[in-house]
Write a protein that binds this ligand. Structure first.
Ligand SMILES: [Zn+2]
Length: 291
């Protein structure tokens, strides 16, 4: 398929009330596994990479591998930079060929957040069809270099959300509604569903135009995930679950084959575990056969 940015894929999802999985990867094996699972399910896909693995592998290398895979794929696939708090690095990664950029200036006050987000939007929209995600309110927990303590987390004010979207020109919007990065300390974290509903109605009432993003998917109960999707969350971020899957699969394989020195078999075990996990999420998000 031709290279596409996320906005149109997510508008379709918003209309049809399913969510596109935005799956974080830290290496090429994970990228291939995520793509293989999405292709088998005929599901649209957003591959996400945080700042640290992007810097470690290199944005141009990741972009080249992604483009080679995506152009010959039967499904639409996007490459997204997750939670970047540097305007300059957002621009550098956009130049390298990512199709989506998340500028995360959510720790700044709202006027500075708007200023930085608008600067990234103007830059990305000027150089091509690049979708920009912005965040208002703060999601607690740790995601790569972004750390927010529970008592620092702030939920997104709906009226401010409308102002933020209108003044920045952001393509997709992540409102903080109580989800968290990492592992939830309780089985039933306190999420503000009414707030999400209100933000959706204010921003997308009538005709959907700015898809909403749910961060912190790992550990949410299936009925909670479905409710968030039904209320308008059309990009669903899953990161910690895939990191745990990678580490656990590696550990389990090596522990039970301690005398074997065959890296390809370790890679196969990782790939297979990641594919199982992506199958679970695609089924839950309702994105199978939507490519
Ligand atoms: Zn996030």
């Amino acid at each position: 398929m031709p290279i596409v940015s996320a906005k149109n894929i997510l508008l379709k999802a918003t209309h049809e009330k399913y969510a596109v999985g935005a799956f974080n990867i830290t290496n090429i094996i994970q990228m291939e596994a995520v793509v293989e699972a999405a292709e088998k399910n005929k599901a649209p896909l957003i591959i996400q990479v945080s700042v640290t693995p992007t810097k470690f592998i290199g944005p141009k290398v990741l972009s080249s591998v992604y483009r080679t895979i995506a152009e010959s794929s039967s499904i639409p696939i996007c490459l997204h930079l997750d939670h970047c708090d540097s305007v300059d690095y957002c621009k550098e990664v956009a130049d390298a060929g990512y199709t989506n950029i998340m500028i995360d200036a959510s720790k700044q006050n709202i006027s500075e957040n708007i200023r930085q987000t608008k600067e990234v939007c103007d830059y990305c929209h000027n150089i091509g069809d690049i979708t920009v995600e912005g965040e208002l309110g703060t999601v607690s927990g740790v995601e790569d270099q972004v750390k927010v303590a529970e008592d620092e987390a702030a939920l997104c004010d709906p009226e401010s959300a409308l102002k933020f979207v209108n003044e920045t020109g952001v393509d997709i919007f992540a409102p903080a509604i109580g989800t968290a990065h990492g592992v939830y300390k309780t089985k039933n974290p306190k999420l503000d569903f009414d707030r999400l509903k209100k933000i959706y109605e204010l921003i997308n009432g009538g005709e959907p135009k700015t898809p909403l993003v749910i961060h912190g998917g790992t550990g949410l109960q299936p009925d909670v995930v479905k409710r968030l999707v039904s209320l308008g969350g059309s990009k669903f971020n899953v990161s910690t679950d895939l990191k745990h899957t990678l580490i656990d699969a590696t550990h389990d394989y090596i522990s039970s084959h301690r005398d074997e020195y065959n890296p390809g078999k370790v890679d196969s075990a990782i790939r297979s575990a990641i594919i199982d996990k992506i199958n679970y999420w695609i089924d839950l998000l309702g994105s199978a056969n939507k490519a």
